[in-house]
Design a protein around this ligand. Structure first.
Ligand code: AMP
Length: 397
């Protein structure tokens, strides 16, 4: 990865810092129900305000279609941000124009202001130059602390970074450093675990990983597609028979680049996917026509853990089984706990992320024991796919 400036390089005293944060928090009855993202932005905001900078927060909220809509107003998150920061937070009813300009002009050093949802302007998602110019008028420098929005080339993520002196915020910096240590410049061997429901959503990811890692563990529903492509009868399991050729192509690519592929050796099956359904551990040649494979079996868990023991670096996306319902959470929990132990022992750098992965690690009660868990979802997946992230590229020089 190229070089990016951090807040350590920024002179913020008396300056207006436009800070792109992730305030896309879940709400119920007008209240924020999970302030994780706000807490993630706190170190950057506090760093700037403590040094006498003026923190002007830019963010999107939801997916407004056609201009301003009450239910997508960032006004609703102001109390939660003020609570996390422990100080009053001002709000401007627009992110550009007279209202925003007046609110910014009223700020003193160390103040915090939230500007209204950037997506209330069509130019945001189009990375429109006029919107970038109008936003740039409000600040002396730009800080991006929203890795989760970095896969999008929007005015507030990419345009502004190219328009003003640009810096990575503390969360962005931590994320970029962790990702670089995991795939950019990793200590080998690197092992990837990819699970989850379907191959169809993760073809690019698998193709990129086989070219980069030393071993790829394939679990979850997507393993069924690989097993079926190799002639295993998977009964009623979730599988993409149309993707058999793609699966075989990925196996050939892995062989060529010297990436070991670790597929399940046994399975936990049930006739239905529901709590309390009777389940059996079977070898791969014993899956009945009306069985569903819902988790990998004990031999597979042992093989995955042996690979975790060999690894210096682990990258993980997607559960090994249908972890939401016991006992199909067993492999995911066992492997997650093993990776957490190795990490705590200083033997493994472990990076995980993407949608359900965070929920799975929380379920295994080990999210805090991994080296880094990304909550970024789409941006994390695109990074695992090896795709450029415009919001990150714009910070790098
Ligand atoms: P993803 O969002 O692609 O990471 O998929 C996560 C989902 O995959 C979870 O909801 C799991 O329940 C599901 N999943 C994992 N393994 C299986 C399986 N063997 N059969 C059906 N669903 C599975």
């Amino acid at each position: 990865m190229g070089h990016f400036h951090t807040l350590d390089d920024a002179d913020v005293k008396g300056k207006r810092a436009l800070i792109r944060v992730d305030l896309n928090v879940p709400m119920a009855d007008g209240k924020v129900t999970d302030d994780t993202r706000i807490r993630a932005a706190e170190p950057t905001i506090s760093d700037i305000t403590k040094r006498g900078g003026r923190a002007i927060l830019l963010a999107h909220f939801g997916r407004p279609k056609d201009g301003p809509e009450e239910k997508y107003s960032l006004k609703q998150v102001v109390p939660a941000v003020a609570a996390v920061l422990g100080r009053p937070v001002a709000f401007a009813e627009d992110c550009i124009g007279p209202k925003a300009e007046a609110a910014v002009a009223a700020m003193k050093d160390g103040d915090v202001l939230i500007l209204e949802n950037t997506r209330f302007h069509k130019g945001e998602e189009k990375n429109d130059k006029a919107l970038v110019d109008a936003l740039a008028k409000l600040g002396d420098l730009y800080v991006n602390d929203a890795f989760s929005a970095a896969h999008r080339a929007h005015a507030s993520t990419e345009g502004l970074a190219r328009r003003l002196p640009a810096f990575a915020g503390r969360s962005m910096q931590a994320e970029l450093e962790a990702l670089d240590a995991a795939l950019g410049n990793p200590k080998r061997p690197v092992v990837a675990i990819v699970g989850g429901a379907k191959v169809s959503s993760k073809i690019d990811l698998l193709e990129n990983l086989v070219a980069q890692v030393d071993a790829l563990v394939i679990g979850g529903g997507m393993a069924n597609t690989f097993l079926a492509a190799q002639g295993v009868k998977v009964g009623k399991s979730l599988a993409d028979p149309d993707l058999a050729e793609t699966a075989l192509r990925i196996l050939v690519a892995a062989k060529k680049s010297g990436c070991a592929i670790v597929l399940p050796e046994d399975a936990v099956v049930a006739k239905e996917f529901k709590a309390g359904a009777a389940s059996r551990i079977v070898s791969l040649d014993a899956v009945a026509a009306d069985d569903m494979i819902l988790d990998v079996g004990p031999k597979s868990i042992a093989a995955v853990n042996a690979w975790i023991d060999k690894a210096a670096t682990l990258v993980w996306n997607g559960p090994l089984g249908a972890f939401e319902i016991a006992p199909f959470d067993k492999a995911t929990v066992a492997a997650a706990q093993h990776a957490a132990e190795r990490t705590k022992a200083g033997r493994l750098l472990s990076v995980a992320g993407g949608g359900d992965t965070v929920a799975a690690l929380n379920h295994a009660q080990v999210a805090g024991d991994f080296s880094f868990v990304s909550t970024a979802g789409g941006a994390f997946l695109e990074w695992m796919e090896g795709k450029p992230l415009p919001g990150v590229d714009a910070l790098i020089h």
